[in-house]
Every structure is written in structure tokens, then in C-alpha cells.
Design a protein around this ligand. Structure first.
Ligand SMILES: C[S@@+](CC[C@H](N)C(=O)[O-])C[C@H]1O[C@@H](n2cnc3c(N)ncnc32)[C@H](O)[C@@H]1O
Length: 262
């Protein structure tokens, strides 16, 4: 049996990204023996080798990745932020073999579970990144390289004093816009009404995004399978809200400059 590998010996929490709190509290719980084994045997195949900066989930300055090299082919790229145990992205990668999928998650046990499922399914079009998602969108991927970004059931940070930890904020809109190609799509879903309203407010106001739905909310995205988080929301009689935004195709010289500024 493989020895339990400790998480990187760095201080990672509480930490900040751009002087703001990050949207997660990193769980350092032990992995199960099968997760440990999957990580030891297969992480190299799935998990991107990204040098970390000051924190264990940072992306070091100057680290970049080329999707064509990462996947060994040119294909549309879909990125899921906060993929949890990988249910949604694994289903999508199986049903859409012509598309490349990248799951970003800071919870290593969740990534290990995703690896176990990916091995069983035998998918070739899935890679994983164990980093703080906004940093990867801002620094690692080439600007305009992503076709879709998915954010399904992000931690709602329910208490008002914790709202500043929510993933979806003005800065997230900025880095998502940078990573998306013109015409690319940002899909979000949440079972927390107050967070849904917050997302809509942020993205309605965000430069470079336009609503891709009419009426109050988007239709349920039919490419999303039911995960435990969605099921839990439904069980508690909460409304599931979908939002879909499209990156505008018009890029002013000013916007282009901002996007490329490190
Ligand atoms: C509530 S769970 C939802 C998981 C999954 N999307 C689903 O629907 O089953 C949110 C996940 O986002 C991850 N997460 C939160 N902030 C993140 C960040 N900044 N970068 C990467 N992952 C993050 C958490 O570790 C957690 O696994």
C-alpha cells in the first residue's frame, strides 16, 4: 500500500489572492487507501504539473500551459471550476469525446475520486488542476483559449460576513472573460437564491459579458448531470438557478490591453 503523502508543507490557509480571501478552506483530511493508490499511480497522467507560488494552491508567476500540448490535440476546451468529485465533468468528457475538459479543484481527495472514475471510464480528454481556479484562469491558460467555463454549485458562503469569500465576484468575471474566447460561454448553477441573485448582478454589470438567456433565469443546462449538491438543494425545496453569459465578440483596444496586463 502506498504511504500517505502529506499535502505540500506550505502555509496555505488563510491566504489571499490579490489581497482578497480565497473561496475555499482547504481540507487536509486523509485520503482513503484507494484514493492514495489512484493518486500515486495515475496523478501524473491527469494532473497538470503546475509550479505553485507562495501558497500550496497558487500558480507561480510565469507558469503557463498550452492546451494543445496538454491534450495533444486541437479541440474545444471546457473548464470546470470547483469540480468536486468530478461527476459532472466526467459525464461530459465521456459523452463529448471530441472536446477537451479541464477540471480545477483544490480538494485533493475529490481529484483522486475523479481519477478513479476516469480510469474506469477510460477517458482520454480529461485533465485536472489542483490550484486556485481564478489564478489558473488569469495566469496559466492563454487569453481567449477557453470555449466554456462551468461553475456548478460553488460554495455559497451563506453568512453575510463571509460573502467576500464567494468565488463569483467582479474579479472572477474579469479573469473568466480573459480566459474565454470571444463568443465563449460562462455557465453557472446554484441552489442558493441569494448567491444566484449576486451572480446575476455581478455578471450583468461585468464588462465584456452579455446575458445568454431571456427572462429571469436561464433554462437548466441539459449537459449537467445531477450531482449530490444539486440533489441536496432539491431535497430541501430550494430552487435551482442556472445562469448563462456569453463573452462579447467586440473587443476594444482598451479591453485587450487590460486582458494581457500581468
Ligand atoms: C459545493 S462544491 C460543488 C462541487 C461540484 N461542482 C458539484 O456540483 O458537485 C464546491 C467545490 O468547489 C471547490 N472550490 C472552491 N473554491 C475553489 C477555487 N477557488 N478553486 C478551485 N476549487 C474551488 C471546493 O473545494 C469544492 O469542492
Amino acid at each position: 500500500m502506498t504511504e500517505q503523502q502529506p499535502l505540500p508543507p506550505k502555509s496555505f490557509d488563510p491566504t489571499t489572492f490579490r489581497e482578497k480571501p480565497v473561496s475555499f478552506v482547504r481540507r487536509s483530511g486523509r485520503m482513503t487507501p484507494s484514493q492514495e493508490r489512484a493518486w500515486a499511480d495515475h496523478a501524473e497522467k491527469y494532473v497538470l504539473d503546475i509550479a505553485h507560488g507562495p501558497a500550496a494552491t497558487s500558480v507561480a508567476d510565469g507558469e503557463t500551459g498550452d492546451p494543445e500540448q496538454i491534450f495533444g490535440r486541437t479541440a474545444p476546451l471546457i473548464v470546470e471550476v470547483g469540480s468536486g468529485q468530478g461527476h459532472a465533468i466526467l459525464h461530459a468528457s465521456q459523452t463529448r469525446p471530441d472536446t477537451n475538459f479541464l477540471a480545477i479543484e483544490v480538494f485533493r481527495a475529490g481529484l483522486a475520486r475523479t481519477i478513479i472514475r476516469a480510469e474506469v471510464a477510460g477517458v482520454e480528454n480529461l485533465r485536472l488542476a489542483e490550484v486556485n481556479a481564478p489564478e489558473l484562469l488569469e495566469k496559466y491558460l492563454p487569453a481567449g483559449s477557453v470555449d466554456e467555463i462551468w461553475v456548478f454549485f460553488p460554495d455559497p458562503w451563506k453568512k453575510v460576513r463571509h460573502h467576500k469569500r464567494r468565488l463569483v465576484n467582479d474579479d472572477f468575471a474579469r479573469v473568466a472573460r480573459r480566459a474565454l474566447r470571444p463568443g465563449g460561454v460562462l455557465r453557472l448553477a446554484t441552489d442558493w437564491e441569494n448567491y444566484a441573485e449576486h451572480m446575476r448582478q455581478v455578471l450583468d454589470a461585468a464588462e465584456g459579458f452579455e446575458r445568454d438567456f431571456s427572462g429571469e433565469w436561464a433554462e437548466r443546462f441539459d449537459g449537467r448531470i445531477l450531482t449530490a449538491f444539486e440533489e441536496k438543494g432539491i431535497d430541501k425545496d430550494r430552487r435551482i438557478r442556472d445562469l448563462t453569459y456569453r463573452r462579447g465578440t467586440a473587443t476594444s483596444a482598451m479591453t485587450a490591453t487590460i486582458e494581457e496586463t500581468p
